[in-house]
Design a protein around this ligand. Structure first.
Ligand SMILES: [Zn+2]
Length: 249
């Protein structure tokens, strides 16, 4: 018998057995998954609301990011228009918010890696991102990292860096302050909550840095990271951002 067929059959058998003991469910709608489905049911997978921001230099996320970074650039300093892209949209009623939340709070690393691979493939094919030579995840404070056991942004950054063929610099930035969970602070307080929260820990040789986070909402966290990087890197070094999800209006 063909070895590949035997291997696939064995894998299906093990999955089917696992489904009997502990049924797998779609992360988005909660329906039980069939043997052929992984993480998402076929219906939710085909309806995934892609942003296509990687195809448009000027998009709502990039406008929001650039507005946030311009608020903190010293007067008279020329800051190039930063590129920004997310894989998919969600709003508060959307089941797709479960994808970043499961990665962040339920250790769904395999789910996160699958969508990070999708994001990486699109960025690698985009003129705006293909020349990225350094990927830096938004860091967690060591206390939160210790409590969670992993940094969800680093899980995404590693896969995106692999897709882009660039270095993943996990120690590019350090989080200085233990800030309140962003979901527990109001929007106005959010910017002041993270401003000055980051410092460059290790300077790397790079011409195009890509900052990675799980979700983009106001852009204040990524703008604070941008500010810390700009204190070390000149404007000739481009600083772009990418996330799994983008919270639409
Ligand atoms: Zn579903």
């Amino acid at each position: 018998m063909d070895k590949a067929v035997t291997g696939a059959s064995l894998r299906d058998f093990v999955t089917a057995l696992g489904d009997l003991v502990l049924p797998r469910h779609c992360f988005v709608c909660g329906r039980p998954l069939t043997l052929a489905e992984r993480h998402l049911c076929l219906s939710c997978r085909s309806d995934l609301p892609y942003t296509h921001f990687w195809e448009r230099t000027h998009n709502p996320m990039a406008d929001r990011y650039n507005a946030a970074i311009r608020e903190q650039v010293p007067h008279g300093v020329e800051e190039p228009y930063g590129r920004a892209a997310a894989l998919f949209f969600y709003n508060s009623e959307s089941g797709y918010k479960n994808i970043p939340q499961a990665l962040k709070y339920r250790s769904a690393l395999s789910l996160g890696r699958e969508f990070a691979d999708q994001l990486g493939a699109r960025l690698a094919a985009s003129e705006d991102f293909a020349d990225v030579d350094c990927v830096i995840p938004v860091p967690l404070h060591w206390r939160r990292h210790w409590g969670r056991g992993y940094n969800q942004a680093a899980v995404i950054a590693e896969r995106v860096a692999a897709a882009l063929g660039s270095e993943c610099c996990r120690t590019g930035l350090r989080r200085l302050r233990y800030t309140l969970s962003q979901t527990r602070v109001g929007m106005e307080k959010k910017a002041s909550n993270v401003s000055d929260a980051f410092r460059v820990l290790r300077r790397v040789e790079a011409r195009h840095i890509l900052l990675i986070d799980d979700t983009f909402t106001t852009g204040s966290t990524l703008a604070a990271c941008h500010k810390a990087l700009r204190e070390v890197y000149p404007p000739s070094v481009r600083i772009s951002v990418a996330t799994l999800s983008y919270v639409g209006d």
